[in-house]
Write a protein that binds this ligand. Sequence first.
Ligand SMILES: *Cc1c(COP(=O)(O)O)cnc(C)c1O
Length: 470
Amino acid sequence: MRQSELRKLPSVDRLIQTETAMALVAQYGRDRTLEALRGALDAARHAILEDDRTAPDDESLVVRAARRLAGELSPSLYPVINATGVIVHTNLGRAPLSPRARQAIERVSKGYSNLEYDIEDGARGSRYMHAADLLTRLTGAEDALVVNNNAAAVLLVLTALAKDRDVLISRSQLIEIGGGFRIPDVMRQSGARLVEVGTTNRTYVHDYEEALHPMNTALILRVHHSNFSITGFVHEPTLAQLVALGEPFAVPVMDDLGSGTLIDTETYGLPHEPTIPESISAGASIVTASGDKLLGGPQAGLILGKADLIGRLRHHPLTRALRVDKTTLAALQATLLIYLEGKAIDEIPVWRMIAAPRQTLARRARKWQRAIRSMGVPVTVVSTGSPVGGGSLPGQTLPTRALALDVPSPHTLAARLRQPNPAQGTPVISRIEDDRLLLDPRTDLPEQDSTLIEMVQAALTASLEQTTSD
Ligand SMILES: *Cc1c(COP(=O)(O)O)cnc(C)c1O
């Protein structure tokens, strides 16, 4: 059957002579049209061999080539619907921005702005002023600096403050975060000397004390475990203990928080995630955090701490290479103003999602259930958990209500929902649990609800057609 189907596929020379293909040649040129036709033929051949499909007719092959050509001219970066329940999903762009942050980007990007211009003096100003004042007010830090992301923040601090000198770090904190960001590698890149102290599971103040040499030690570094947790026979000193150890020798403590929240996660039934103000008040000289994890703002690396150290960072040549643009600063400033007004839970999407009441989630899941049940698929509203993600609160979830679709092949349906042709709708990213496809309302933006339902209905229709044609 496969061989006979393969034989039915036309040659590219025959396809290019069809009327539809000639129109494509006129629009895109002969070479690009040929390439697209070959691509469509390859895909059809693959579908026959791998999925036992039948050979498409000439016209639909040309239509597929046309779609390829149109696709080449559309952006490869586009919105998707996150129905995974993972709130800070690194692969899906981390934190969605608040309306105010988005408006701020629009406002400063369509024309000129006072990015580096002191309006009162009519002279050059500093771009770093736009966030520093807000950050210090929100965290109690003496000064603050914003760079491209937290990885850049760590690299900058280590380079500027610890090059060719020792940095003490517990063996339990030599972590890798996703995307190949490994603390030992960043340390090597910065030129700082890594001095490992303690063991994987237990590190004490005296381990740091033994490794500390007032002349050689530039920093004591604490790194938040982020995406894993160690339990059982474990010990790490508190930040305050490390600060007390370094103080007499003027060795500063740097705390890389990763998520760096301004709001106490315990309020929402989650375990405690260290906050930026806590680290500052415990005496950390430098605190670093991401702008787009639990802060819920744009991608950025926040560096907060003692004025003299931040001042040194601001004047380091690497800072120029890692600097943020006006759209980032605008969005960050808008986000920080929301915190200052105490409206984060209402306005910042990440926090709205964390704080979403279970009844609201259940109501939305039941609404989806009513819309999808009519398709003849068993759908139930189930109790499960939404992970916060973004390297915060590893292993912890928020209790949620999700819609479970009991289909024979959940992976096939998940692939249909992700359908890679954005011209035909918005891809829906789902999650599979216990052999069922789950849609979690927590991370689906309410305004995307009707699109999500349409996409699920379309994917189910396609699945049913496929089953009947088998
Ligand atoms: C996420 C994380 C980083 C990297 O932050 P980016 O903003 O992604 O560059 C660094 N350190 C810790 C502890 C993290 O959790």
